[in-house]
Design a protein. Structure first.
Length: 356
């Protein structure tokens, strides 16, 4: 990791811009106001006082229809991601692009899952991040294909993710399962990210540890879904990624020694999922979303602990990416809490937010 004048030359501008962007994130007090708001309109009023104002105005201002709120949040995230890549040092732009590349592939996953459910583009447009090669217009066009196979083939054209999507396509042809195709996309992406992690260890070891937590989250969430389907570990292991902090043999022990989701989650000692498990146990719908919330919060807290004090480093830029993603994720959960069947008390226990 660079120090002194060398670090100042490489990261001075980028770190200053990242700090400025971080100062525009919602404060903990503002997020609490959103949570305590009596209705969606009151939530929007809080957001309208800050950097979300322009995005809300694009979709109708304070009279915005509730179904358009996600469009405004997605637009805000897209602009932030684009700006983050632009301010990164040219020497580290590859690493930042690789990290934020999951938002490109997130659009692909949303699209093929919608196709399987026979949904139209309009049904999922609110969740599309209008950024990168798979922006809103591209996804709209791709979803005009008649099948999942046709869509994946469309996404592969002149794509840096061609090899990843080719594997997903082959998986889908064999299994006719979008769940397996999505798992293959995740596996391919995190394997690609593995080479970036190796480079990050030299560049910024603590930043590499945080990125590896993302791999752990992908593995754990897939194992939770697989356990619900009562799959054998042999059916699960091909989709697990080896570049996380948790080694594959430990993941196998966790999965194979657990009779159900609850027992398995208790064995994941590296991430505190107790609150998520309590909400899962007490919820009527048994929403797996609570575990994603718990893992994201854990990664967020770790990223602040490991990267929050960094000033002139790659980690300072990466820290903003995680803060911004969790800000949008948290707002979506709060605003759509009723859809997910979570009470205010449950959300209070699950959601974590601290301003940078």
């Amino acid at each position: 990791m660079l120090t002194g004048s060398a670090a100042a030359r490489r990261y001075g501008y980028s770190s200053a811009r990242a700090r400025a962007m971080g100062s525009e994130l919602l404060s903990g007090k503002a997020m609490q106001e959103v949570m305590n708001a009596k209705d969606v309109s009151s939530m929007l009023y809080v957001l309208y006082q800050g950097t979300f104002k322009k995005d809300i105005e694009e979709f109708g201002g304070l009279s915005i229809k509730h179904e358009l709120i996600d469009f405004a949040l997605s637009r805000n995230l897209a602009k932030s991601v684009s700006k983050l890549v632009q301010i990164s040092p040219t020497t580290e732009r590859k690493q930042i692009r690789a990290v934020v590349g999951r938002w490109n592939l997130s659009n692909v996953k949303i699209a093929i899952e919608a196709k399987e459910r026979k949904q139209s583009y309009d049904d999922v447009a609110r969740y599309i991040i209008d950024y990168g090669i798979y922006d809103a217009q591209f996804v709209r066009e791709a979803m005009r294909e008649e099948s999942v196979e046709g869509m994946l083939a469309r996404f592969m054209i002149n794509s840096p993710y061609r090899s990843i999507l080719a594997e997903a396509l082959e998986t889908y042809k064999k299994t006719k399962s979008v769940t397996h195709a999505v798992a293959e996309i995740d596996r391919g992406y995190y394997q690609m990210l593995g080479s970036v992690i190796i480079g990050l260890r030299v560049l910024d070891n603590e930043a590499a540890r945080v990125v590896k937590m993302e791999v752990d989250m992908a593995n754990i969430l897939f194992m939770i879904k697989a356990k619900r389907l009562m799959l054998k570990f042999q059916e699960v292991s091909p989709y697990l990624i080896s570049t996380g902090n948790l080694p594959l043999h430990e993941l196998e022990q966790i999965y194979s020694n657990s009779k159900d989701i609850e027992a398995m989650v208790l064995q994941v000692k590296q991430y505190d999922l107790k609150s998520a498990l309590d909400v899962y146990r007490n919820g009527k719908a048994k929403q797996l979303l609570v575990f994603e919330i718990g893992l994201k919060n854990s990664i967020f807290e770790s990223s602040i602990r490991l990267l929050g004090h960094r000033i002139l480093s790659f980690g300072a830029i990466l820290a903003y990416a995680y803060k911004k993603e969790l800000e949008i994720f948290t707002l979506r959960i709060l605003i759509q809490g009723r859809i997910y069947g979570l009470t205010k008390e449950e959300m209070q226990r699950l959601l974590v937010w601290k301003s940078g």
